[in-house]
Design a protein around this ligand. Sequence first.
Ligand code: SAM
Ligand code: DTB
Ligand code: SF4
Length: 318
Amino acid sequence: MSPTGYDRAFVKSLYDLPLFQLLDRSRAVHTAHHADNEVQLCTLLSVKTGGCPEDCAYCPQSSHYETSVHPERMLDVSAVIESAKRAKELGSTRFCMGAAWREVKDGPAFDRVIEMVKGVKSLGLEACVTLGMLTENQAKKLKDAGLDAYNHNLDTSRENYRSIIKTRTFDDRLRTLENVRSAGITVCSGGIIGMGESVDDRCEMLRTLANLLPQPESVPINALVRVEGTPLHALPPVDPMDMVRMIAVARILMPRTRVRLSAGRTELSREAQLLCMYAGANSIFYGDKLLTTPNPEENEDRDLIRHAGLKPMAPLAG
Ligand code: SAM
Ligand code: DTB
Ligand code: SF4
């Protein structure tokens, strides 16, 4: 790494390695920095679904597109805590709550999220939220409530950003990540492949993430879930090997980060999922629903983990 961080050519040269060479390198980094065979299980819950004013071309919750997702009222704190309890009983250690908002607005809805965070923390789970853009002051309030992580994805490269989202900029995204970091909350930021981006775009996204100082504590790599009604619905499916490459490069560039094999697993075979984990993914979303779209059933995932001799991350102490 140069003093200014990784350069474009280096990242691209990793992505383009012969697959087995890339895997040898990522595996070596992985075993040097992570407890072997451990997988973090994270459960997602949409606490405010649909009706979002942003125009993200991949998203079924955007009000710009006609999809089967319709705006719903925000969940009550008690319903969220019940879901979190179930997730814990099923073996999750992290609970991530999402809202279809462009940004956080101070007021009763944000106050309710604060109560949700406190409730999830009282169960001994890691708490993560993803609420859109956020000021430093709002980030501080979440930190005071006990929030561990904030998810805010870069989604694609700076160059490709405007072809996917027009209602905000890449710099808006980076600013929120700074606010999260300044408040002392850990950063969860990643992106999506399969949106028609080039290999250069993929590498640039990983490069931007890896050059953040400090690097994000977790990086979700999503394969586009192609939802009817969204502008990206008719794109071809992601080649599973591209997920493997993305994860391997992320692992090499960000040795200590938890790399999450995120959306899109229902379209990956068990073998492809295990190859992603071999390449360096050590976290998954666990539970039969992501935010609005399906994810593998819990028993399928438990089975996959057991058969491969992997083990779910242990519950937090205390
Ligand atoms: N509204 C907030 C925001 O955009 O930051 C939080 C919720 S938003 C649904 C969180 C992330 O979900 C997005 O940044 C995107 O990476 C991911 N996502 C949304 N729709 C997706 C899809 N169809 N396939 C894969 N990932 C998706
Ligand atoms: C992330 O990177 N992927 C998750 C989580 N962070 C919030 C969301 C995936 C959403 C997939 C589409 C849906 O279910 O609505
Ligand atoms: Fe809204 Fe987030 Fe979906 Fe974009 S990704 S439309 S900001 S919910």
